[in-house]
Design a protein around this ligand. Structure first.
Ligand code: SF4
Ligand code: SF4
Length: 185
């Protein structure tokens, strides 16, 4: 019984001597290889070479600080509420006397986490934020070996401030340079 009308008849005639030698196939394969030798490669040598991203590219998030280095986020939860992937979780805390130089508002996020495996980089969190606190940068999420390493906490999200002298991590260095360039947008 025929299950589909797209069935095709297979030509099962025996191969001739030329076909048995695989010569035409080898020549045609080599011709294709040589044709591509002189073409511009479609791939790049990442991570040494990086592609230019579109100006509207949305990458890993940054939690912004103000010009005095205080965290902008006030843990209002609007970003988490607007996130369609439910990727954001946070814990709010009250700013204590003496912490005015750390947090701009009286309430701040003592814990702020984004699950990068859930995130679809839609940018809705950025649009929902009333405090200019969260931005999507043009850094890509780094590869990791375990799921828990894709949960980015404040240590990886908060914008570095003041300008650090040295960085142990290339990702952090890229984030800092992007920030100094006037990015993220
Ligand atoms: S970019 Fe979109 S999916 Fe990712 S955390 Fe923000 S709102 Fe959620
Ligand atoms: S990042 Fe913005 S929207 Fe999210 S909790 Fe902080 S202040 Fe609110």
């Amino acid at each position: 019984m025929q299950l589909t009308n797209r069935a095709q008849k297979v030509d099962s005639k025996p191969m001739n001597l030329k076909e048995l030698a695989y010569l035409p196939a080898i020549v045609s394969g080599m011709a294709t290889t040589f044709k591509h030798i002189f073409r511009r490669p479609a791939t790049i040598r990442y991570p040494e070479v990086k592609r230019e991203f579109s100006p509207v590219y949305r990458g890993v998030h940054l939690l912004k600080r103000d010009e005095q280095g205080r965290e902008n986020c006030t843990a209002c939860g609007l970003c988490a509420l607007s996130c369609p992937a439910e990727a954001i979780t946070m814990t709010a805390a009250e700013r204590k006397p003496g912490e005015e130089h750390l947090y701009r508002e009286e309430k701040y996020a003592s814990v702020y986490e984004i699950n990068m495996l859930r995130c679809i980089f839609c940018g809705l969190c950025e649009e929902a934020c009333p405090k200019d606190a969260i931005y999507l940068s043009d850094s890509i999420a780094m590869s990791n070996y375990t799921r828990k390493d894709f949960i980015y906490g404040k240590d990886r999200l908060v914008e570095p401030f003041p300008r650090p002298d040295k960085h142990i991590n290339k990702f952090e260095e890229d984030r800092r340079l992007n920030w100094l360039d006037g990015r993220p947008r």
